[in-house]
Design a protein around this ligand. Structure first.
Ligand code: EPU
Length: 429
């Protein structure tokens, strides 16, 4: 177990290159199961969830060969359905994509119930409803989900009761080779859904409408191999954008699609931060006191829930009282208790946090309670004079490629140490 130590209060300056998007990479890697051929996936982020996904695929008989730090070749010709190891599957929410991918490839799926960050109840009823609409029978028993389409999958119209990213992608995966044209309505519109559809279309699938709330999937008999580069990670980009503002610095964030960052840029601008878009970069500059704002998270193109904890930190550093409402999950404010250790004044009432600006945090020992909460703790520590320790960083390493190295290269005094290493606390500057 390791922890991150940050001697903060230093404005970040320079340029950070964003890696490939975690939440696109994971369904695309699982989607390789559908392609009985070789796929080369580029711009793969080097993060623990990708490593875990590749281990799961290898255990299922796929051949996985790294062709460089960010490129992998996957050959799924000899994949064995229902063979994913439960101990690996349970470590990650995204393993639910095996359900759609195995169902699409073999007509049946047998996968351990997925794990993932704890934001309260995270059901998969909409995934199940979609599989059933395609003619499959679903059983959840003994910690496993079993899906069987004895008579093959048949296209259907599916209307989601809630907008679900995972559900939308899982039905796309299952329906790619189903007979006929499946229509998903009230579909999620996130850029990673477009990326999965683009990957599958490059392999010969016929998917249209991804990025809108109505997606049509015309079933095809088989898919062929391809080379495909994953889109940049908008949440990683957004995290560094907020780090620039929180540390009163200036960062050019490169390898981004500025369109994907619009909701984040708009809120930063409202706070009085300068955001300048270029073709493939955004430059974020702190220009003075941060204004109070209100933010409500929503499915794309709304403000992303995966940026909510990071925004909570920035609101603590603004003038006056801000309101932060969570519109996607029941319980994504567990990080607030950690921020309170640093002096934050936050009251949580149900799905809304009322945040009183305090201008500066004081250093403390804090925990990453989940992935994005961990990123938020790093931002808080970067903005704070003195040494802050962030524990349980395995959450952060699930989704941020070389966060310590990237921040160090823009001036942060940050290092990773063994959790057992003793550090006098607090350390004077
Ligand atoms: N929901 C249902 N039933 C379902 C599916 C979802 O009620 O069958 C509810 C959820 O409980 C939640 C809401 O619908 O309240 C949205 O959930 P969604 O299915 O969209 O989320 P997800 O697929 O489980 C993915 C990302 C999350 C990200 C959300 C929302 C992956 C592996 N995970 O989760 O990413 O927060 O979409 O954008 O892609 C992260 O990266 O830190 C992360 C948590």
């Amino acid at each position: 177990m390791e922890k991150i130590l940050i001697n903060g209060g230093i404005p970040l300056h320079g340029s950070i290159e964003v890696s490939g998007m975690k939440n696109a990479a994971l369904p695309i890697l699982m989607g390789c199961l559908l392609v009985e051929d070789k796929c080369v996936i580029e711009n793969l982020p080097e993060i623990d969830d990708v490593t875990l996904s590749l281990k799961i695929l290898e255990a299922m008989g796929l051949s996985v060969r790294m062709l460089g730090r960010n490129t992998v070749e996957i050959d799924s010709t000899h994949a064995v359905g229902g063979s994913s190891p439960i101990d690996l599957v349970r470590k990650m929410r995204a393993s639910y994509y095996l359900l759609g991918a195995e169902l699409g490839r073999f007509g049946h799926a047998y996968v351990g119930y997925p794990g993932g960050c704890d934001f309260g109840v995270r059901p998969i009823d909409q995934h199940i409803k979609g599989f059933e609409a395609l003619g499959a029978e679903v059983n959840v028993e003994g910690g496993y989900v079993e899906v069987n389409a004895v008579n093959g999958l048949k296209a259907n119209n599916i209307f989601f009761d809630v907008i679900t990213v995972g559900g939308t992608m899982n039905i796309i995966l299952a329906a790619v080779k189903a007979k006929g044209t499946t229509v998903i309505e009230n579909a999620a519109r996130e850029p990673h859904i477009v990326d999965l559809a683009n990957f599958l279309n490059t392999c010969g699938a016929k998917i249209s409408g991804a990025g809108t709330d109505t997606i049509k999937i015309m079933g095809v008999d088989r898919l062929h191999g391809c080379s495909y580069a994953i889109i940049p990670d908008m949440i990683e980009a957004g995290t560094y954008m907020l780090a620039a503002a929180a540390t009163k610095g200036r960062l050019k964030i490169t390898n981004v699609i500025p369109k994907h960052l619009e909701s984040i840029s708009a809120k930063l601008t409202e706070m009085g931060v300068e955001v300048i878009d270029d073709d493939e970069s955004v430059t974020v500059t702190y220009v003075g006191e941060l204004n109070r704002i209100n933010v409500k998270t929503m499915p794309y193109p709304g403000f992303p829930t995966d940026m909510q904890p990071q925004m909570g930190v920035l609101m603590c550093l603004a003038e006056g009282v801000s309101r932060l409402s969570e519109g996607v999950y029941d319980n994504r404010f567990r990080y607030v208790e950690e921020l309170k250790r640093m002096g934050a004044l936050i009251k949580v009432d149900g799905r809304t946090a009322v945040i009183e600006g305090i201008k500066r945090f004081s250093p403390a020992q804090i925990r990453a309670v989940d992935l994005r909460a961990g990123a938020a703790m790093v931002i808080a520590a970067l903005a704070t004079k003195g040494v802050t320790e962030v524990e349980d960083i395995y959450h952060i390493e699930r989704g941020y490629d070389d966060i310590v190295g990237k921040l160090r290269r823009v001036g942060a005094d940050i290092r990773k140490i063994d959790a057992e290493e003793k550090v006098a606390f607090p350390v004077a500057n």
